[in-house]
Design a protein around this ligand. Structure first.
Ligand code: NCD
Length: 369
């Protein structure tokens, strides 16, 4: 029997496996007709407990274009979560209806929990302020297409690095490529969480710079990754009001950037990129959304192990292992934003990362009981 594969964080794929997904996405882009029935008879469930435009629609478009069908909800209020159903129970049941699941949830670690209880592949489509690995697939596929490489890059990450889950996943993925420099541009209230730095950059040869002024560093960047200040994750609305327009990329700032720099943004944007920048040939954020659909088509095929995909991989389907999370009677997770502290019937589980025992769901370090 084939082992079930999930895609919960960029770490679930090696650099080689990512390249296989991108190579497959290239083939789909070149000849979409050849793939139009590949997932005939398969059902994707999109369980979106949090708003989304691009991620949900690109997943649904991806499945339709592969000849499969889609069920699901785009609003938690129309699901049984409002009656108090746990993620674990929903996950147990969804495997009876669907062949693959994409889940977005406002609480960190929810798709990771679903993957434990669901008997079909689970894709993390964004969990709270933690991870967003399919946006990272989109980002990497865009960078590879536009710049022709995923190494030798100076990447500016600008805006809300604290709550911006797309940045967390992008750092996790890119830190495995050669010669990467991250330039983290944020106000001090919104700096990258320590655990993201510790688990991905500390002790590696990644160069890591921190600054507050975009203008000061824009000239050295190959990629400028702009992000929205994540209003929905702030505990204090006044703090959001104070920080919301802290960075606005405009043509004046773009004048100091390299001619071949690309501007990425996972979207939606609010004010952080002036619309005048949209006409600049370096503005790549709308193309990025289109690359995302092809990347997700390739991901769905890969996780479902379609015949066509086996051929693409020369008959070799690579399987990657779920980490083996374990209970530890001395440890618990105390992250108030993690599902295991919110839905208390969920066991606290830990995996080893960088010599530390971290929560399987949210990656925060375990605390002595
Ligand atoms: C991002 C997300 O949901 O994290 N959007 C997306 O999926 N493309 C970014 C955001 O909401 O700011």
């Amino acid at each position: 029997m084939q082992e079930k594969r999930n895609f919960l964080s960029p770490d679930d794929m090696s650099v080689e496996q990512l390249e296989q997904v991108f190579a497959l996405a290239d083939r789909i882009t070149a000849d979409p007709d050849a793939f139009k029935d590949i997932c005939h008879g398969k059902v994707l469930a999109t369980l979106f407990y949090e708003p989304s435009t691009r991620t949900r629609l690109s997943f649904e478009a991806a499945m339709h274009r592969l000849g499969g069908s889609v069920i699901g909800f785009s609003d938690a209020s129309s699901s049984s979560a409002t009656k108090g159903e746990t993620v674990a129970d929903t996950a147990r049941m969804i495997g009876c209806y669907a062949d693959i699941v994409a889940m977005r949830h406002p609480v960190e670690g929810a798709p990771q929990a679903a993957a434990l209880y669901c008997n079909v592949p689970v894709i993390n489509a964004g969990d709270g302020g933690h991870q967003h690995p399919t946006q990272t697939l989109t980002d990497l596929y865009t960078i590879r297409a536009k710049l022709g490489r995923l190494n030798n890059l100076t990447v500016g990450l600008c805006g809300d690095l604290k709550f911006g889950r797309t940045v967390h996943s992008l750092i996790q993925a890119l830190s495995r490529y050669e010669n990467i420099t991250f330039v983290c541009i944020s106000p001090k209230e919104l700096v990258l969480p320590d655990y993201i730095f510790a688990q991905n950059c500390e002790g590696t040869n990644i160069r890591f710079e921190i600054c507050e002024d975009l203008q000061e560093v824009i000239g050295k960047l190959d990629i400028l990754y702009m992000t929205r200040i994540q209003r929905e994750r702030f505990d204090d609305p006044d703090e959001y009001e104070r920080l919301k327009d802290v960075y606005v990329l405009d043509n004046k700032k773009m004048a100091a950037a390299k001619e071949d720099m690309i501007v990425l943004h996972p979207l939606p944007r609010v004010n952080e990129i002036a619309t005048e920048v949209d006409d600049d040939p370096r503005a790549t954020y709308f193309a990025q959304a289109q690359y995302g659909m092809y990347a997700r088509m390739a991901l769905i095929m890969t996780l479902l192990g379609t015949e066509q995909n086996k051929k693409t991989l020369g008959g070799q389907m690579h399987l990657w292992q779920m980490p083996s999370p374990r209970q530890d009677k001395h440890l618990r997770c105390v992250n108030p934003k993690c599902l295991c502290t919110v839905q208390t019937t969920l066991p606290h589980l830990f995996v080893e990362k960088g010599g530390k025992k971290v929560c399987y769901y949210c990656d925060h370090e375990g605390v002595e009981r």
